[in-house]
Write a protein that binds this ligand. Structure first.
Ligand code: S3P
Length: 438
């Protein structure tokens, strides 16, 4: 069920045990690599959200047989590295930047032409960051003026490997180039300015590809086939983040979040919240395939404002909307810098969060690459999420500490990453009501 508006009553606490849906990044990659593998790949814990389903449909449109997901389980009949077929129509990737950027790399190595389109938000997002290095590899990618979608990708090019120092810390750009590298002559290498999520490297290795990571350099050589296997997707730390913040700020809360991915390239939110004074314990740490997971226990604790260490920014890049709500409920001021990437996410997350915080009466100062937020009493009021799933969910949890209700509009995209959010949040103690689009 997807809702246009969230109405959330103030107060309450979060308690009990919950499991948030599967990791979005890993779900995308499971479809992509499973499709390119030889043999059948079984996936469990798959995120049945609109973004990862857009990836699934794109591969079906290229001739891959993928069963309908049932409670997160599906099977992919891999077609091998060279078995994809030309799609009949442009591939519509909806709201999903990950689908578009990773697919661009993969499609640049195919024998057929293809076209990628997206919704209004995706159609505003920068794609030159993948088109430019792929062109250096010999690909032909046409974008709209301004470097945005739709993308037209010319097939039948002979790609050559390059060594590419990435101008920004981006796992999508890294993954795009590694996927193109499977088809490029020789070695393809990327050099990261800072560590970013390494799910592509881990999963490629699990499929038998030799990926070399040395300090900030990640490389692979072409001519390697992928072997099918099974993938168990952890619960998404990015979805858990809303509840980590909610339980930290709401009096008398104690929540256990089960089977959450705690990959060290994703755990910035835990590190930042702990620096702010949050009471977060990892229990039952274990491995799920190639990814570390834990049950995370979080209890309410007084939070203090901090200067967010810049090296943690790429490790928490999707969690800042939630972290801003923690900052609004901390004593003192929290300062974020070095986060200009937030301006080119599903929305301009610095400005859209700042506008929402203003509605709630929270003092802040916007900078080009960050924000300063001074904790205070949140009044409640009306907030526009601008179709950004993570902003909608962050303001929903904020109501746990607001004086009056918070009403959030343009929430339908919550279904891109967190189907069942309203129901799960309600079961944990949030007084939330979802209203369908009228
Ligand atoms: C993702 C990488 C990040 C992140 C996005 C998912 C991925 O984007 O924000 O939600 O799955 O590789 P960037 O690579 O643009 O930082």
């Amino acid at each position: 069920m997807s809702y246009a508006v969230f109405r959330v009553k103030p107060g309450g606490s979060l308690t009990g045990n919950i499991q948030v849906p599967g990791d979005k990044s890993i779900s995308h990659r499971s479809i992509m690599l499973g499709s390119l593998a030889d043999g059948e790949t079984r996936v469990s814990g798959f995120l049945e959200g609109a973004d990862s389903l857009a990836t699934l449909e794109a591969f079906r449109a290229m001739g891959v047989e993928i069963s309908d997901p049932q409670a997160g389980e599906l099977t992919i009949r891999g077609v091998g590295l060279n078995g994809l077929r030309k799609p009949e129509k442009p591939l519509d990737l909806g709201n999903s930047g990950t689908s578009m950027r990773l697919l661009t790399g993969l499609l640049a190595g195919q024998q057929f032409d293809s076209e990628l389109v997206g919704d209004e938000s995706l159609s505003r997002r920068p794609m030159s960051r993948v088109a430019a290095p792929l062109s250096l590899m010999g690909a032909r990618i046409d974008t709209a003026s301004g470097g945005t979608p739709p993308l037209r990708i010319g097939g039948g090019k002979n790609l050559v490997g390059i060594e590419y120092p990435m101008p920004m810390a981006s796992a999508q750009v890294k993954s795009c180039l590694l996927l193109a590298g499977l088809y490029a002559q020789g070695e393809t290498a990327v050099i990261e300015p800072a560590p970013t999520r390494d799910h592509t490297e881990r999963m490629l290795r699990a499929f038998g590809v030799d990926v070399v990571s040395e300090d900030s350099r990640v490389s692979l050589k072409s001519g390697q086939s992928l072997k099918a296997g099974s993938i168990d997707v952890p619960a998404d730390i990015s979805s858990a983040a809303f509840f980590l913040v909610g339980a930290s700020i709401a009096r008398d809360s104690e929540l256990l979040l089960e089977k959450v991915g705690i990959n060290p390239t994703r755990d910035g939110v835990i590190q930042i919240l702990r620096l702010m004074g949050a009471d977060i314990q990892l229990e039952n740490e274990r491995k799920l395939g190639d990814e570390p997971v834990a049950d995370i226990r979080v209890r309410c604790a007084p939070l203090q404002g901090i200067d967010i260490p810049p090296e943690l920014v790429p490790l928490a890049i999707d969690e800042f909307p939630a972290i801003f709500i923690a900052a609004a409920n901390a004593s003192g001021t929290t300062r974020l810098t070095g986060a200009a990437e937030l301006r080119v996410k599903e929305s301009d997350r610095i400005q859209v969060m700042a506008d929402g915080l203003k509605q709630l009466g929270i003092k802040h100062r916007v900078q080009q690459d960050g924000i300063e937020i001074t904790g205070g009493l949140m009044k409640g009021g009306k907030v526009n999420s601008h179709g950004d799933h993570r902003i909608a969910m962050s303001f929903a949890l904020a109501a746990l500490r607001s004086r009056k209700s918070i009403e959030i509009s343009d929430c339908q995209n919550v279904a891109t990453s967190f189907p069942g959010f309203v129901e799960l949040a309600r079961s944990a103690g949030l007084d939330i009501e979802g209203l369908p689009a009228s």
